[in-house]
Structures are given as C-alpha cells and as structure tokens.
Design a protein around this ligand. Structure first.
Ligand code: SF4
Length: 259
C-alpha cells in the first residue's frame, strides 16, 4: 500500500517562532509511545509521566481526530516498511530545501513525538549513509530521553538535547556534566539549576543554536480537555515537572544547615 500523505509538516507555534529568525523547521510527528496497532514503543526511554502527558497533550487520550489518525498512519508506515519510509522522507527533505532556496534556512526535527535513533538507519548509498549523512549541509535536531544516543559520536549536522524526566534525573545530571544540554520542565523558569545556567527554551525551538552545557528550561503547559486536570496533577506529583519554589526552599534549608 503506497503512502501518499506528507511525513513532514511546518505549521505550528514552535516553528513560527523560528521563522522570525530566518529558519523554517520541518517536523515529523508520529503517534508517540505505543500508540500504534502493533503496540511497538517508538519512545524506548519514555517515562510514565512523559508518556501520559504526551499522549493526552497530543489528543490521544481524548477525542480521536484526523490529525491523530494521520500520525498513527505515519507510524504504521514506518513500522511496515522502514526503507520506503526513509526514502520518502529523503524526497521530502530534498523538496523542502528546493522550495526554500533563497527564502529561509531549512532545519528538520524528525522526532517531533517519537524518539527513534535515525542515526542508526543507514539505508542510503548501499547501506552506508543515514539521512543526516545524505544532507551534510543541512541542520537536523531533536530532543531525546535515550542517553545511549550520546555514547557514540553523532553526525556533525545532528544536534541532540537530552530531555530530563522523573526517571532519568541522574542521567540528565551526568549528561550535563559532560557539556551537553538538558531540557527540564519547570513550573516557572529559575535563573540557574544545580549550578548550571537555565536558558529559556520556549523562546524558539532552534536547539542547535543554544550555547553548550546549559539547562534548556521549558515551562510546563497545562493540558486542557478530557482527563487534563488529573494528568496535570500527575505531572507535578510524579516529579516530571520541577517546582522552582520547592527547589529554592531546599537550597535555603541546606544553606541554613551549613551555617
Ligand atoms: S519520549 Fe517524548 S515523544 Fe515519547 S512519549 Fe515521552 S515526551 Fe512523548
């Protein structure tokens, strides 16, 4: 069965902020976690907290829409025929570059709502190159919760920001100490966290432009609609969202003990 719909899209609030800076970001949105007919997890290191908020936040916990069906269809296509999927993706990247020539710098985020190791899929040029290596002059970027992806050298044009959750906090700190960036969700942004500068990750989504060795602070966006209130409560209670006031209280308590 041929898949004719586009894999990449660019019309959303995140990419529009980047457009003001001359960048056009194309994002590939799949159905996250195990939301596919085979129940295969496309987010190998997802925590319960992130999967819950991600699924509900993208509508999978509530009303089923065309957008969601489209994301499921892309995931099914990937799971059914990875080579055809990657070849279609390559064609769309080429087209996006062509369409934006002289107008905007194109960037690509392939894991909009998934966490797949695209660097491993060497299906091009007789199985010697991955999608990043096919376009060495183009910037790709992603967020990931898979710390193993930092263990091997990534293609120079692929930037990864590690995403902290309630279950990988120690790994996040380790990755920060190695000079990579870590995205952390807060209730409100502090200036520093654990001695690292916190930059505002909501200003735009162009993570490859961030300085190195910083915390990319993201403000928790409350989920609305069916089940939203319960999920918001869980996001805080699970420790997925860090509360700045509590952090400050803990620091003050430690200072008081040290005096
Ligand atoms: S790993 Fe990312 S994309 Fe996957 S469920 Fe968690 S937040 Fe969503």
């Amino acid at each position: 069965m041929e898949f004719t719909k586009p894999l990449l899209s660019f019309n959303n609030a995140k990419t529009i902020k980047g457009e003001k800076l001359g960048y056009k970001t194309y994002i590939l949105y799949m159905s996250p976690f195990t939301a596919n007919s085979k129940g295969i997890n496309v987010c190998s290191h997802a925590s319960k907290g992130c999967a819950d908020s991600c699924l509900v936040g993208s509508g999978f916990g509530g009303m089923y829409t065309n957008v969601m069906q489209g994301r499921v269809n892309k995931t099914e296509f990937f799971l059914r025929d990875r080579i055809a999927f990657l070849n279609k993706l390559k064609g769309e990247v080429e087209r996006a570059i062509r369409l934006n020539e002289g107008k905007a710098i194109v960037t690509f985020r392939l894991n909009g709502t998934s966490d797949l190791p695209y660097e491993k899929y060497k299906v091009f040029d007789n199985n010697t190159k991955n999608i990043f290596e096919m376009f060495p002059d183009v910037q790709f970027y992603d967020y990931t919760k898979n710390w193993k992806r930092f263990e091997k050298e990534l293609p120079a044009n692929y930037h990864l920001t590690f995403s902290r959750s309630e279950t990988n906090h120690d790994k996040a700190m380790e990755i920060l100490s190695k000079g990579y960036n870590v995205a952390i969700v807060f209730d409100k942004l502090p200036e520093t966290y654990a001695g690292y500068e916190v930059i505002n990750g909501d200003e735009n989504d162009l993570r490859f432009k961030d300085k190195k060795g910083v915390v990319v602070g993201l403000k928790y966006k409350k989920i609305t609609g069916t089940g939203g209130a319960e999920k918001n409560k869980l996001a805080f209670e699970s420790g997925f969202v860090l509360r700045v006031n509590e952090l400050q209280d803990r620091i003050m308590a430690k200072v008081a003990m040290d005096i």
